[in-house]
Design a protein around this ligand. Sequence first.
Ligand SMILES: [Zn+2]
Ligand SMILES: [Zn+2]
Length: 357
Amino acid sequence: MSDAGTEDAGDPTRSATPAEPPESVEVAESESESSAVDDSEAAALDPEVESSEASDAFEALGNEVRMAVFRALVDDSGGEGGDEPLAGRTMTFSELFEASPADTSAGFAYHLRQLTGLFLRKTGDEDDEYALTYAGLEVARAIVAGTYTDRVSFGPVPTGDPCPLCESGELTATCEANYVTVACEDCERGVLTLPFPPGARRGRDPERLLDAFDRHHRHRLSVMSDGVCPECAATMDATLARPPASVTERLPDSDARRAQVRLDCEQCGCRLHAPVTLAVLEHPAVVSLFHDHASNVRDRPIWNVGDEWRETVVSEDPWCVRVSVELGDEVLDLFVAGDCSVAGTRRRSADEIRQAS
Ligand SMILES: [Zn+2]
Ligand SMILES: [Zn+2]
């Protein structure tokens, strides 16, 4: 089982060993021309950054009156939510005072001053209204979603999907303090452990929770594979590497040559190790293959994408992994390079494959 605290998807796909070089691979044309941004435009794109001490920022938050201000500015129960700007509503001093548990307006004014600047900005024609800054909105959303305060546990619940590791057991999902583990009760091996925001359960039928967990992570994986951190938007390093022994030893053919996708954000520490297949699930060639076969790749949960997927290490220097998926009489191969980009795809019918071999 992987460490709770790191994002670690195991290996829900099986892989085949024979390595063969790709033949005629359609390689997407890369845009190698340098971009047409001149120096002045480059300077305009260079971001200016002002930073505050994190300890000052968090100190300003520790008060119930101030929490009420955040809640009021994102609270959707007023019924006028539809017209509000994306960054939450604006409210006057007296509206905010009304919404707070403060006893006196002088006391309330003090609390509001502590938030203004970092978390609140003055707005309106006469500068007499308050709105959340970016930081304020992040804090407000975390407060109402319970991100810092709620620890959700549930399960084990059956996923309805077979174990990809032993193929005889059924996978169950267990959530412990906001971390979901999908594991097999038969072979007692874990397939993945990933965090799940505590707010996910609100207003949702418990039977839909695992669907939401799957959606949440497949889109995070997609954005990570595109080189963008889903937490902080910094550059996500995407590389192929050999999986550690802790992963390979729980797989059926543990001696097979394997690769894993490693996604790391150097800025905020967000990271994920996953089967290569998961990094290409949302690739247009995959989506269209499934669509052409009247099927939807999104119906395959990340803990078991189905036994029609294969991963083959074609080369380790440089890295090339072929991810293949067979649907009906067609096989799609995706050739994944060391930076996890799809260097080429090949879609063939079973007839063409027979003729080629
Ligand atoms: Zn199993
Ligand atoms: Zn990050």
